[in-house]
Design a protein around this ligand. Structure first.
Ligand code: GLC
Length: 602
């Protein structure tokens, strides 16, 4: 039979359940391989997010830098990723760790120099990778010269920010013009004595919002994009785009959210953000940026828009007015905030939330975590690290991996004294742990030498996770099986045409099981099954399936801890009686299975 089958099975053996992923591959009997159409890099490659303060400390002072990143090219290429996205490295007082920019076209000394960035761009390209920068257009630092000049009402800077006289109450007290709340808590308005007006800040008061109703400001920001495009970067991740515009009438109060789970008026979630998010003018400015970026070949624009799915999809634009190539899909990440909500059904629902809402001919993408959310292993369980990397990498579309997730790095406990993240600090000692983003920003764990091999300095900007002694790159390189090795195998697997271009379908879903196929005419076809049950489950994958599945599969890769005989590499399993082992301990179990009936699937 002219057919090859590959199965991937992931068993997670933890007291909470078993996760199994199966991938089946075969060549359709009469199928012909489809002509290989050349896709842009952002469709075929994995994006790897590097938080520069924490990746590698090349010029040892305890904080990661550009030279450090340049020195890790071998690691990145070997990992199988194709695109490096850097969080901001621009000049900044670091009130929000680089998201408060005081010069958009210069590098902060903490990260190095412009020469270091030029060198990094060259190194990335020399290794056949691409590089994306963070573009932070919503706000600058209050130390930016534009803001200082705006405070002094020096033209053309006078209206570069969102200024308002505020309101004067009957008792002569001056108050902000409206009830808008900062995402980082408290009023979004700050009074500036010198100018005698309030300015708007969606984030910290040290991050005043830029005013895109000023044509000069709009032009300045286009010049910023052009500056970096000319340097040869391959695209941008656009920060906080939903907040780019506010309604023009600053006297409008936002309504209290009826479905909010907080009664704290200082909490951003207290209000419905009718007047400060997704304003129509935002799409017009994005269209102008798209137009500008398209003057340079092969660039990508990705937007950060935490908002309802219907609104997220609007940022793709349409054929007449193209906008972003995609907005990061945060729905998978957000559905994985804790283990209790994870079921086969919930996974299917989350995957479909994106796919069902995707406009025609638009490209999907998946995100498990980032510098603003806890580590996957800590949110949902160490045992799910491989399963979730597998989902991220094998679903249709572009995956993004936050540094260290390939190792299953965990949140680091940060004491109140060590807390650096302003978001955490603003909630005070009692609540900082619920909000601080420090735990997921700690140094990359390279080896078991002092400070995880991240630096030769005597201290690090955030503490290293004490688990570095066993959870580190070198340990996972040396281990026979490890998350890192699983990740690399997945990265290799997803290079196949089926994973890049194939269709997705769902043969079987239940409370315990989530499964999907990836198929492409004339190419290998795959089936992925995830079992989230707490008991041993025997599943008949043919049952309820509205399409034909192969009968058997053979293991091609398996979990770091799976020692069971039936899932050994090369073992054949029956899809009508697939036995998924029960929880056996607090460790993880990944299996990828493959059947090769002839040599067509090379
Ligand atoms: C984005 C960034 C976040 C930052 C915020 C303000 O959401 O991801 O880290 O604090 O924008 O710039």
């Amino acid at each position: 039979m002219n057919r090859k089958i590959i199965f991937t099975t992931l068993f997670t053996l933890l007291f909470v359940g078993v996760i199994v992923v199966i991938v089946v591959c075969f060549i359709a009997k009469n199928g012909k391989r489809v002509e290989e159409e050349v896709l842009p890099f952002w469709k075929t490659e994995i994006i790897y997010q590097v938080y520069p303060r924490s990746f590698f400390d090349g010029v040892p002072d305890g904080t990661g830098d550009l030279a450090g990143i340049s020195s890790r090219m071998e690691y990145l290429t070997h990992l199988g990723i194709g695109v490096v996205w850097l969080n901001p490295v621009f000049q900044s007082p670091m009130k929000d760790f680089g998201y408060d920019i005081s010069n958009y076209t210069d590098i902060d000394p903490i990260f190095g120099t412009m020469d270091d960035l030029d060198h990094l761009i060259a190194e990335v390209h020399r290794h056949g990778l691409k590089i994306l920068l963070d573009f932070v257009p919503n706000h600058s630092s209050d130390q930016h010269e534009w803001f200082i000049k705006s405070v002094n009402r020096e033209d053309p800077y006078t209206n570069y920010y969102v200024w308002s006289d505020g309101k004067v109450l009957a008792n002569d007290t001056r108050v902000p013009p409206n009830n808008w709340v900062s995402k980082f808590r408290g009023s979004a308005w700050e009074y500036n004595e010198k100018r005698g007006q309030y300015y708007y800040h969606q984030y910290l008061k040290e991050q005043p919002d830029l005013n895109y109703r000023s044509p000069n400001l709009k032009e300045e920001m286009k010049n910023v994009l052009t500056f970096w495009l000319k340097k040869g970067v391959d695209g941008f991740r656009i920060d906080a785009l939903v907040s780019l515009f506010e309604v023009e009438d600053l006297n409008l109060d936002e309504p209290v959210a009826s479905d909010s789970d907080t009664d704290d008026p200082n909490d951003h979630a207290y209000l419905n953000h009718t007047y400060t998010l997704n304003q129509p003018e935002t799409f017009e400015v994005l269209a102008e940026w798209r137009h500008l970026v398209d003057k340079y070949p092969n660039k990508v624009l990705i937007t950060e828009v935490y908002t309802a799915v219907e609104d997220v999809m609007r940022y793709y634009g349409n054929d007449t007015v193209p906008l972003a190539d995609f907005s990061f899909n945060y729905f998978l990440q957000d559905s994985l905030m804790n283990r209790s909500e994870l079921t086969g059904d919930s996974l299917k629902q989350t995957v479909n939330l994106w796919l069902d809402n995707l406009p025609p001919n638009k490209w999907p993408n998946w995100v498990l975590g980032n510098h603003d959310n806890g580590r996957v292993a800590s949110r949902v369980g160490k045992d799910l690290v491989d399963a979730l990397n597998m989902l991220n990498l094998l679903l249709p579309g572009t995956p993004t991996t936050y540094y260290g997730e390939e190792l299953g790095m965990e949140n680091t406990f940060i004491s109140w004294e060590d807390t650096r993240d302003p978001k955490g600090c603003r909630w005070g000692k009692e609540h900082y742990q619920e909000y601080s983003r420090d735990p997921e920003r700690t140094p990359m764990q390279w080896n078991k030498t002092s400070l995880a091999g991240f630096t030769t300095a005597s201290d690090t900007w955030l503490p290293v996770n004490p688990n570095y002694e066993y959870l580190n790159v070198l340990a996972q390189e040396e281990a026979e099986v490890s998350h890192l090795k699983v990740y690399r195998s997945l990265a290799e697997l997803r290079k196949t045409q089926t994973f890049i271009k194939g269709e997705i379908a769902f043969p079987f879903t239940s409370k315990e099981i989530f499964s999907f196929t990836r198929t492409l005419e004339g190419s290998e076809e795959y089936l992925v099954v995830i079992n989230t049950a707490v008991e041993e489950v025997e599943v008949n994958l043919h049952q309820n399936s509205n399409f034909e599945l192969p009968e058997h599969g053979t293991v091609v890769l398996r979990s770091i801890t799976d020692t069971s005989q039936h899932s050994e590499i090369g073992s054949v399993v029956n899809l009508a009686e697939l036995l998924l082992v029960p929880a056996q301990g607090d460790y993880q179990h990944l299996v990828i299975l493959a059947v090769v009936e002839d040599d067509i699937c090379n």
